[in-house]
Design a protein around this ligand. Sequence first.
Ligand SMILES: [Zn+2]
Length: 313
Amino acid sequence: MTFSLFEGPGDEPSRFVGFAGNRVDRQAENRSETALADAMADPRLAVLILRGGRLCLKMNGAAPACRLTLDEAKELGARLDHAVLLGMDANGPLLAAPGSLEPEDLPDGLKAIDLRSLNSQGLLESEDLGAVGQGASLLAWNGNCRFCGKCGGRTEAKIGGYKRVCPECGTQHFPRTDPVVIMLTVTRERCLMGRSPHFAPGVFSTLAGFVEPGETIEDAVRRETFEESGVRIGRVAYHASQPWPFPHSLMIGCFGEALNEDLTPDFTELEACRWFDRAEVAAMLAGTHPDGLIVPPRAAIASHLIRAWLDDD
Ligand SMILES: [Zn+2]
């Protein structure tokens, strides 16, 4: 867990979490007022359609496919006037657009699947899932920023959805990403995990919380851990990050050094919080825990933090 730029592993841990495989060339330096229209005129264009936290998938091939043609998107009533430009991939330009149909109204061969299931069940290739996360976050921000926070005027999308401008007062608004710390609190022999009421049965996971204004990542790890468990944190080490499009967060995965092991859990947020030794965590990962306890699936950054700690024996 010791940081060393030149001696560390070549494979970034962030590469192995869900929503992290995005390889779209965002062409951020080349976004212009015509970028979206140019993309729409490109015959290679592909469109992702999202609505209500669900992605529209073509289910009639060997594997689910998320890229629709412009004609297919139009037939499905995609709101192309609200489309955002993700960038260029190997096949051409890629857009995301809000859908207009409820899942039950989609024609045969198409299905709307929620993003959490896409992630946990591995229904898409990693690169596609990453692009879907980008599109979901960008569409959500555009949808939530239709009015200027400064004067209340109606904003207009610019440069493919990467900026919104208020004609009333001239304020420019840019897409937001909300930082969340997610941390495995550890001693040499034990790690701390908690259980929220909304977790699936038997799941214990790392603690997490939003970074607040004016706060470092390290201080957010210390504050959130103490608030939720009563454990004071000393050293903090960054491990990996995960784009988390619900709606536009970045999970920042860290390890925290526990300075005390007595617990005073916050039972308004957690229904359980306790220490686990290495053997117990190994059993949870192997699915052999006597009480049926498990950790989150591999697509979650929490799983990677837990596995990295166990492997660092
Ligand atoms: Zn304004």
